[in-house]
Ligand binder design. Structure first.
Ligand code: 3PG
Length: 397
């Protein structure tokens, strides 16, 4: 793909796809990570003499104008991150958008209204994409986290205008390639979360690519069940045990070692202050549930980390939202951070809950790279081509 530096953007208007799908509460942004991360791209465009026109979606209005989902509410946080005024266009296409971009002077930044207010966005409708393209001379995609969607603003535009990847997009692709594309070996993947059913493709892809696969969270319970281990009242998917057995069998063939809990933290209730107990993995009481991995498991996991050069992490090891069931996630994450700081490990993490869990462990900024992506990170871990990224690569050709 092209980088911003590869295109001549001096004096040109640059449609810049960013991800402003940020969490809000009563119209105020509660986590500005995604906003902070696009600042270098906007600066790079300005420094090259270009005029950034930001376009993004917010939430899922499904082609309707829904005022509560207007990008107007993001403007104050965007202005604070950029340290400058942002001109808001009430529409993404048509008169208001044309007027806003026509009046741009050097240094100005325009933000267009939510692209998902228009049916053509998610349909990747050529007419809608052409209306967007008419606003600018160049297209930059800096929204890796939205690039698993083949929408007009992520895919269509790259086929209509000279296109480049933004700085965040570049950083994401570089980090992800270092983790799964051409990683330093051995590679360990940590996959947690509740369900095997939502992560079958991801697990199947990983066993072909990594040397060690650590399975945690409630999805580990389904694997335990598959091995005939009693799991009491634990969350699991009994219907998925055959799939779990197949994944275990395939992993052996693929030369990937799967690591499951050897000891577990159990409690009768999932609530703060619940009485927790650590027992061997085959000793879950019938009236209790597994809520975290135990210390012997953490030791085994961190021993694996110590032998590896690359770590890719998605999903917490336990029910990290409530202490003490965050202990295994915290301890393993802290050890990963330490090995990273010592220069022994390249550590990459992504996916909604993962970043929250690593933030809670206080180590998110000590990982080599934390992706801003949720769904896109998962699809990429599944080995899928992301349409927005593919369009950039094709544009280069
Ligand atoms: C995200 O928040 O992960 C991206 O912005 C994609 O949003 P979507 O799942 O609504 O397409």
């Amino acid at each position: 793909f092209n980088r911003i530096e590869d295109l001549d953007i001096d004096g040109k208007r640059v449609l810049t796809r960013v991800d402003l799908n940020v969490p809000t509460e009563n119209g105020a942004v509660t986590d500005t990570t995604r906003i902070d991360k696009i600042v270098p791209t906007i600066r790079a465009i300005q420094e090259a003499g270009g005029k950034p026109i930001l376009l993004a979606h917010f939430d899922r209005p499904k082609g309707q104008r829904v005022e509560a989902m207007s990008l107007r509410q993001i403007v104050p946080a965007l202005e604070a991150a950029l340290g400058q005024k942002v001109i808001f266009a009430e529409e993404a296409i048509g008169g208001p958008a044309k007027r806003a971009v026509a009046g741009m002077e050097a240094g100005d930044i325009v933000l267009l209204e939510n692209t998902r207010f228009y049916e053509g966005e998610e349909k990747n409708d050529p007419t809608f994409a052409a209306s967007l393209a008419a606003l600018a001379e160049v297209y930059v995609n800096d929204a890796f986290s939205a690039s698993h969607r083949a929408h007009a603003s992520t895919e269509g535009l790259a086929r209509l205008l000279p296109s480049a990847a933004g700085k965040l997009m570049e950083a994401e692709l570089k980090a992800l390639n270092a983790a799964l594309g051409e990683p330093q070996r051995p590679v360990v993947a940590v996959v947690g979360g509740a369900k095997v059913s939502t992560k079958i493709e991801l697990l199947s892809n990983l066993i072909d690519k990594v040397d060690h696969l650590v399975i945690g969270g409630a999805m580990a319970n389904t694997f335990l069940l598959a091995q005939g281990i009693g799991i009491g009242k634990s969350l699991a998917e009994p219907a998925m045990t055959e799939t779990a057995s197949q994944i275990l069998a395939d992993s052996t063939e693929a030369g990937c070692t799967i690591h499951l809990p050897v000891d577990i933290v159990v409690a009768k209730e999932f609530k703060a202050g619940a009485e927790a107990q650590t027992v061997p993995v085959d000793s879950c009481p019938e009236d209790a549930m597994i809520l975290d991995a135990g210390p012997a498991t953490v030791q085994a996991i961190t021993d694996v980390f110590a032998t590896c050069r690359t770590l890719i992490w998605n999903g917490p090891l336990g029910a990290f939202e409530i202490a003490p069931f965050d202990a295994a996630t915290n301890a393993a994450a802290q050890e990963a951070a330490r090995l990273t700081a010592d220069g022994n490990l390249v550590s990459v993490a992504g996916g909604g809950d993962t970043v929250a869990a690593l933030n809670k462990a206080g180590v998110a900024d000590q990982f080599t790279f934390i992706s801003t992506a949720g769904g896109a990170f998962l699809e990429w871990m599944e080995g899928k081509d992301l349409p927005g990224v593919a369009a950039l690569t094709d544009a280069r050709r």
